[in-house]
Write a protein that binds this ligand. Structure first.
Ligand code: ACM
Length: 538
């Protein structure tokens, strides 16, 4: 009836039903949803339409949708508490966290979810479905959403992007741009590498020298490892606690948890440059100009160092609501501890046999502290005490630890035999898979092309199905040693980040590289409009 009405009165009325029927090839969604059923005709986005909600979380998402629609289509929609609305947010208690259903008919749109995240992701999908129809009357809105039913939920609960701020400080605007892009791709963890040898990037009130000294260096190595070249330019920057709070809130609005990384006990030169007593050498140093693994460690046998770590963590707990805090733990130069009489004496007195055991002993202590404060530790997979590095100079016979890592620590797998992951998952550890061969964004496209990134499976072959749930998901890592500018970082990140987003969200059965590339071409148009420097789609 309604369609007939429209057909008859088109010359006189601005009809509110859009008749365009979309074909399956026009539906380009990234990451690809679990189930899609395409219907006939489409919903027309118009000024004055109403959006309803059932609770405060949905109200916030509905407001986000109002802003999004205004910015993209120029139409102003308004929120209503209840009653008949054209777009309705509803609660469905049968849905999992982050899941949603989206039902679009020519008359209305219904979004069902059981969490703020689910509603938010439905809006992201809606945004990707919106398209401009150029065949309508000049005076009419041209923005259509195809009639469609989508039932969707993520494959993994951990879908992370890591940004290394330590080597180069990227700044608030860049971080927010990344958070926007992550949200559009339904990624939910921003792993923020804020501390390393080359820089300390977060204000800590109790230890002001961390940023006064540790956030600045006089020069930077450039090009590649051992290039022998430097830029000759001083570099520096850090986030104040006020800025951190603002960024954390910005991320939360986008369903993104920020997991800060406070590296310990290695990669700690910026902190040791600020406070010499944190190290083993008792020698004043500058924040290093050369990247890599050449420096002192925290002296974890000193009570003052342990207190420092706890004090910093307490400030991090106040700033970051995340249940998980990352402690790095990678590439600890054990020879530093082997050469330190103070550390050796402590190890002998406490029956600690190897530096790897000392690291786990320390990590377990800090993990307990975190647990007492309702947080959970995460660290790179060196913290399990297995030998991963065959090119470093520690004694060859004593690298593997006997001490067992605390069971609630999340192991962030990046290096070594994949059986190490399988073994850890079978022992019950929670795992995030960031195997460097597949997920390192600093690697060149020649070695890690888009298709290789896309084909990454966080669940390794041979892992018994009963342990699959221990693999929480994946991370992709933007290490920044050789990407001094934000444009360089964009080039390495885009478009591979979209491949990792789909790895994290889409079931194996639904993944298809060719259709992914078609959807990616649409997403890239948005990146181009924003001036994001992305690499070509291969
Ligand atoms: C790492 O790439 N060192 C975790």
């Amino acid at each position: 009836m309604r369609y007939l009405f429209c057909l008859l009165f088109i010359p006189f009325f601005s009809c509110s039903v859009a008749n365009k029927t979309f074909t399956a090839s026009e539906i380009k969604l990234l990451p690809k949803p679990e189930e899609i059923t395409l219907g006939e005709a489409s919903f027309l986005v118009k000024n004055g339409k109403h959006i309803s909600f059932e609770n405060e979380d949905q109200k916030q998402t509905a407001s986000y949708l109002v802003k999004l629609l205004e910015a993209k289509t120029g139409n102003q929609l308004s929120l209503v508490e209840s009653g008949r609305a054209d777009i309705q947010f509803k609660t469905d208690e049968t849905l999992e966290d982050e899941a949603y259903t989206l039902l679009v008919t020519p008359d209305n749109i219904t979004i069902k979810s059981n969490s703020r995240a689910g509603a938010f992701y439905a809006v992201q999908t809606l945004n990707q479905l919106l398209s401009e129809d150029n065949n309508v009357n000049q005076n009419q809105s041209k923005w259509l959403v195809p009639s469609i039913e989508i039932n969707d939920a993520p494959r993994f609960k951990w879908r992370a992007y890591m940004l290394d701020e330590a080597r180069y400080f990227h700044g608030e605007d860049f971080v927010k741009q990344m958070l926007d892009q992550m949200a559009a791709l339904k990624m939910n963890v921003f792993h923020w590498h804020l501390v390393d040898d080359a820089g300390w990037r977060i204000e800590i009130k109790k230890y002001p020298l961390l940023t006064e000294v540790g956030a600045f260096r006089t020069d930077s190595e450039i090009g590649t490892w051992k290039s022998g070249k430097t830029s000759g330019e001083p570099h520096g920057g850090f986030y104040t606690q006020e800025q951190i709070k603002d960024i954390v809130a910005y991320a939360a609005e986008r369903n993104i948890k920020i997991v800060p990384e406070f590296e310990m006990p290695g990669h700690s030169s910026a902190a040791i440059a600020a406070y010499t007593w944190l190290g083993t050498a008792d020698i004043d140093i500058d924040v290093p100009v050369k990247f890599g693994r050449h420096y002192d460690n925290y002296d974890v046998t000193k009570p003052e160092t342990i207190q420092f770590v706890k004090d910093v963590l307490l400030e991090l707990f106040d700033l970051f609501p995340s249940d998980v805090i990352h402690i790095g733990g990678d590439e600890v130069p054990y020879e530093v501890w082997e050469k330190s009489p103070r550390v050796q004496k402590y190890m002998a007195e406490h029956g600690i046999k190897t530096p790897a055991d000392l690291q786990i002993d320390f990590v377990n202590k800090i993990s307990l502290f975190m647990q007492d404060h309702g947080r959970r530790m995460m660290g790179w997979n060196e913290i399990m005490g297995k030998k991963l590095h065959f090119d470093f100079e520690e004694k060859k016979d004593d690298e593997e630890a006997e001490t067992e890592l605390a069971k609630n620590v999340i192991v962030h797998f990046w290096k070594g035999d994949i059986n190490l992951l399988t073994e850890a998952a079978s022992k019950g550890y929670g795992i995030v898979n960031s195997w460097h061969k597949f997920t390192y964004l600093d690697y060149k496209y020649k070695g890690t092309p888009l298709e290789k990134a896309y084909r990454f499976n966080p669940i390794p072959d041979g892992l018994d199905e009963k342990y699959h749930k221990n693999v929480y998901g994946l991370g992709c890592q933007m290490w920044s040693e050789w990407t001094p500018t934000n444009k360089d970082v964009e080039f390495q990140t885009f478009p591979r980040i979209a491949a990792y987003a789909e790895v994290g969200w889409t079931t194996l059965e639904n993944k298809d590289f060719e259709s992914f590339k078609l959807a990616l071409a649409e997403i890239k148009k948005g990146w181009d409009l924003l001036g994001i420097n992305s690499y070509k789609i291969e």
